[in-house]
Structure formats: structure tokens, C-alpha cells
Design a protein around this ligand. Structure first.
Ligand code: AMP
Length: 294
């Protein structure tokens, strides 16, 4: 009987766990000297959600081949932060990336990324010292800049996709690529949200039902603030209102700020914009961040 062949399941991405395996994979498939196909890199810490997959979809549109890195970078967490309990969902991540037809997953261990004797750390300035995340996580951008520079040099992408969700990080990485004359384009992708406005985040799994119910206030308060600024309200007053709304919902605020969208400098008048509104706040033990344009 001539039966139809069962469809072959999508081939999973190749997984590279050492720099030499990565180089071999990229060299064989996309070696810069023998192969003109372009590469997009999507750096992540795993625990992938629809926001990450949107970055992958964008990457697929912008380059011939896509590398997704999965690395929970110990050097960007402070001693009191959530490195130990950060969600790790390897099997589900790999399945999701196979579904997106990702070509390579770059998944180094900490020993591979920071071998014995590792002694180099970038010290980004400019947007990395804007007094936002850096004020509350002073180790953070040094860790991010160092690991992102390594990822860029390991993968040699033509484009790298980052989420606007981590807005200050996007500015720091954009600056880094420019300042070091790295031959790649950094692209910022829009923030994916739940229907109620909460930005998707790997850390949302930490939220209790009650905290989850309160969490959309971040986006709602920023949206109301943006609307008030657009209709001419004094920026400081509009931001104060957002602060009050957010703390009344049970958050302990690190910052709610109106900043220049490109330099992240404080901004007092709409005409000095474009303006970005940014928030970081803790509910229970979970720290969330978000931002929107005005
Ligand atoms: P993470 O794994 O959380 O470090 O994030 C990896 C990348 O995904 C970063 O460039 C983030 O900005 C981006 N990202 C995280 N959450 C979202 C989201 N809700 N929408 C779009 N991009 C996101």
C-alpha cells in the first residue's frame, strides 16, 4: 500500500555550547569569507515568552540566519538579586525556537563565557549612568556591556535585536556598538504586552495572583501620564500623578521618570523631547520595569 510519508517534524536549531563549536557552526554555515548570508543575533537569558519570539520573528525578517543566545549572565546580577531563582526553562525554550526555525542556539556555560582568569570588564558611561537602572543596580550595565560585547564578537552578527522593554539597556548597547565601531546594526523592537497592558517578562512568573492583578497599573499610569503631557500638563505634575497611582496600587517605586528618549537626560518641557517615560518598581519581592514614548 502506497501510504503517505509522515511529515518530518521541524528540525531543531543547532546548539553550540563552546566558542569553538559556535565558530565551527557559524563558519561552516555563514563564514563571512565564503558565505554572503547575513546573521541576526537575539541575545536572551532564556525563559522565553512571546516577547522574545517577536524579536526572533523580526530577526528572521532582517537576516538570512538567526542565532539566539541563551545565557543567564551572572555578572549583571547583584548579590541580593534573583540570579539563583531566575527561571530556567531549557526544554520549552528549545521547542519554541525550533517552532520559529531558528538556526543556532548559542548556550555557553558560565565557565565558557568567563574562563578561569577572566579579568576584563567594560565600564559604559553616557546612557549607562543616567540615574535610572544604574542607580539601583550599579553592577548591571558593566555586566551587560561586557557580555554583549562578547556575544557580538563570538557571533559576529550583521544585526542584533534588543527589546525596547529594557529601554536603558537598548540605549547602552546602541552606544557600545557605535563607540567600539562594531560592524553591526542594533535594532530596538517594540514591547509585547498582555491584553491588560502588563509587559511580558520572564519575571512575571514570580507574581502572586494578587500582585499580577495589580501589575497592569504600571502601563496604565504611564499611558495616562503620556496623555496628560501631550495635552499640555506640566511634566513634573503628570509624573507625580503616575507615581501616586503606582504606589497606591501596592508598588514600592525605584523611579518614575520623564527622560529624553535618546540621551536619557532629565526633561522638563515637552518641546525638549522626544520624551520617554520609564518606571521601575517592586511589588512583593518582584521588581518590574516598563517604559513608553510620549
Ligand atoms: P531577557 O531574556 O529578559 O534578558 O530579554 C532578552 C531580550 O528580550 C531583551 O532584548 C529584552 O529587551 C527583550 N524583551 C524582554 N521582554 C520583552 C517584551 N515584553 N517585548 C519585547 N522584547 C522583550
Amino acid at each position: 500500500m502506497a501510504g503517505k510519508k509522515a511529515p518530518t517534524p521541524p528540525k531543531g536549531p543547532r546548539v553550540a555550547r563552546t566558542v569553538s563549536a559556535l565558530r565551527k557552526t557559524l563558519g561552516a554555515d555563514v563564514g563571512k569569507h565564503t558565505d554572503a548570508r547575513t546573521v541576526a543575533l537575539v541575545p536572551t537569558m532564556g525563559a522565553l515568552h512571546a516577547g522574545h519570539l517577536a524579536l526572533v520573528k523580526l530577526a528572521k525578517r532582517r537576516a538570512d540566519r538567526v542565532v539566539v543566545s541563551i545565557f543567564v549572565n551572572p555578572t549583571q546580577f547583584g548579590p541580593a538579586e534573583d540570579f539563583g531563582r531566575y527561571p530556567r526553562t531549557w526544554d520549552a525554550d528549545l521547542k519554541a525556537l525550533a517552532g520559529e526555525n531558528v538556526d543556532v542556539v548559542w548556550a555557553p556555560t558560565a565557565d565558557v563565557m568567563y574562563p578561569q582568569g577572566f579579568a576584563t570588564r567594560l565600564a559604559p558611561e553616557g546612557p549607562a549612568l543616567a540615574g535610572l537602572e544604574d542607580k539601583f543596580r550599579p553592577h548591571f550595565f558593566g555586566g551587560v556591556a561586557t557580555v554583549v560585547a562578547k556575544l557580538f564578537l563570538q557571533c559576529r552578527p550583521d544585526v542584533a535585536i534588543f527589546g525596547q522593554k529594557d529601554y536603558q539597556q537598548l540605549q547602552v548597547v546602541t552606544r557600545l556598538a557605535r563607540d567600539l565601531d562594531l560592524p553591526l546594526k542594533v535594532i530596538g523592537a517594540p514591547t509585547w504586552r498582555e491584553k491588560d497592558g502588563l509587559a511580558l517578562s520572564s519575571r512575571n512568573v514570580y507574581l502572586s495572583a494578587q500582585e499580577r492583578a495589580a501589575a497592569p497599573v504600571l502601563h496604565a499610569a504611564l499611558s495616562a501620564c503620556a496623555q496628560e503631557i501631550r495635552s499640555g500638563k506640566i511634566i513634573a505634575q503628570a509624573v507625580d500623578t503616575a507615581r501616586n497611582t503606582i504606589s497606591r496600587a501596592g508598588f514600592i517605586i525605584d523611579y518614575v521618570e520623564a527622560r529624553h528618549a535618546a540621551t536619557l537626560a532629565p526633561i522638563h518641557q515637552q518641546k525638549d523631547g522626544p520624551i520617554r517615560l520609564l518606571v521601575a518598581a517592586k511589588i512583593g519581592t518582584t521588581r518590574l520595569i516598563d517604559n513608553i514614548p510620549v
